[in-house]
Write a protein that binds this ligand. Structure first.
Ligand SMILES: Nc1ncnc2c1ncn2[C@@H]1O[C@H](COP(=O)(O)OP(=O)(O)O)[C@@H](O)[C@H]1O
Ligand SMILES: [Mg+2]
Length: 380
């Protein structure tokens, strides 16, 4: 069974569209495929499949103690494709408790199928990254616009940190060193991953080689969606060179998908484009991607995560804080290798200021909710 998590960093880049159509293509090729909507709080995958109001799904599964995950699966009208609806009532993945997350991860890893596609929500939260790391060859979707590229890079950088965090044994010199760096966010962000790893090697050879053994299996794949101009395809090459220079990983370019106006019509008529117009530009791009996936073997890999990884609320919150401070410095890395131009940079900064403002507001809201819950005697 191959797990194909689909992530992005930025929302609205086409994850759900690609997830749904790819599932149908893999199903048509005879592969038993399960499509899981993990964009909790923002679920729209069912609409991409043409299902109006799905029953069951993740919500009831998480709420009940005795529901079997099998019961969360819904058959679809597409051959070999079943679906696990998300839940608009449950706030995003980022807010799942550690226990809920582990429960879900365990069940997903045990699904009996050839492919399990996870449609993840936007964002680089800790939990989202963990679901991404359920498969060693997850897909990151981006569009050519600079903010989407920055967010794709940021997502991959967070994933690399997460693998590191998971690999260094607690209390090892390597883990202690990372913790020190994290306290002083600036010095953590100024180090590229290769430079950071050099420093780890000086202190802790065992952690350093354990990390290298594990990260070898991490081979994410990139899809560039909503292309309008063939020239935009170069952006993937530049993003990949930033990844190799600063993150020491080499993501694969899985394919490009042009913007296709027929998609709007398909969505209106509630028929996935791959069925509505199999010959359309978009459907053909999806078939090419599915062919590539079918040809690639997913070699047995070591899990990139170990499930015991503890994560306290406080830790997750600290990371979120560090994230938005860090964004600007990530931008610098992308500028150096030409992934972004200076013009792109101005647009990106403007957008980020907006986004940071929104995140702050959201954070305040969560904080006040937490305080209220604690006052009512709730123990997290
Ligand atoms: N290649 C494309 N051509 C035309 N429309 C697209 C394309 N990719 C995505 N869209 C549209 O863009 C919107 C966002 O896509 P969606 O899959 O919901 O993004 P995400 O899941 O990343 O938030 C949807 O209305 C979808 O139909
Ligand atoms: Mg989506």
């Amino acid at each position: 069974m191959q797990i194909l998590p689909i992530a992005s960093g930025k929302g609205g880049v086409g994850k759900s569209l690609i997830a749904a159509n790819l599932a149908i293509a893999l199903g048509q090729a005879g592969k038993r495929t399960v499509l899981v909507d993990l964009d909790l709080g923002g679920s729209n995958l069912h609409l991409m499949l043409g299902i109006r109001s799905p029953a069951g799904g993740i919500g009831p599964f998480l709420a009940a103690t005795k529901t079997k995950f099998q019961d969360a699966l819904v058959a679809t009208e597409y051959p070999n494709v079943s679906f696990v609806p998300g839940d608009a009532e449950i706030p995003g993945l980022a807010n799942l408790s550690g226990g809920q997350k582990r429960k879900l991860m365990n069940r997903i890893a045990k699904i009996d199928a050839d492919f399990v596609i996870l449609d993840l929500g936007a964002g680089t939260s800790y939990n989202t990254v963990d679901f991404f790391l359920l498969g060693s060859r997850g897909i990151v979707v981006t569009t050519p616009i600079p903010t989407a590229i920055v967010n794709a890079y940021l997502f991959l950088k967070n994933a690399v940190f997460r693998v590191m965090h998971n690999t260094f044994p607690a209390k090892s010199p390597g883990a202690e060193y990372l913790k020190e760096l994290r306290k002083d966010g600036a010095s953590l962000r100024q180090l590229s991953i290769p430079a950071l790893l050099d420093k780890v090697r000086e202190r802790d050879r065992d952690s350093h080689s354990a990390y290298h053994r594990r990260i070898r299996y991490f081979a994410p794949r990139i899809i560039l969606n909503m292309l309008e101009d063939p020239k935009d395809a170069e952006k993937v090459g530049r993003l990949r060179s930033s990844c190799s220079r600063y993150l020491d990983i080499d993501p694969e370019h899985l394919g490009v998908v042009y913007r296709d106006d027929l998609q709007d019509v398909a969505l209106e008529s509630r028929i996935p484009l791959i069925r509505y117009k199999p010959g359309s530009v978009l459907a053909q791009a999806i078939y090419r991607i599915s062919e590539k996936l079918l040809q690639q073997r997913d070699d047995d890999t070591e899990p990139l995560l170990y499930q015991g990884a503890g994560d306290s609320f406080a830790e997750a919150e600290a990371e979120a804080e560090a994230d938005f401070n860090a964004k600007l410095e990530y931008v610098a890395e992308l500028l150096h290798s030409g992934t972004l131009t200076t013009g792109d940079l101005i647009e990106t900064i403007k957008n980020q200021q907006l986004e940071i403002g929104q995140l702050r507001k959201q954070n305040m809201l969560y904080k006040s909710k937490l305080v209220r819950a604690m006052n009512q005697g709730f123990k997290p």
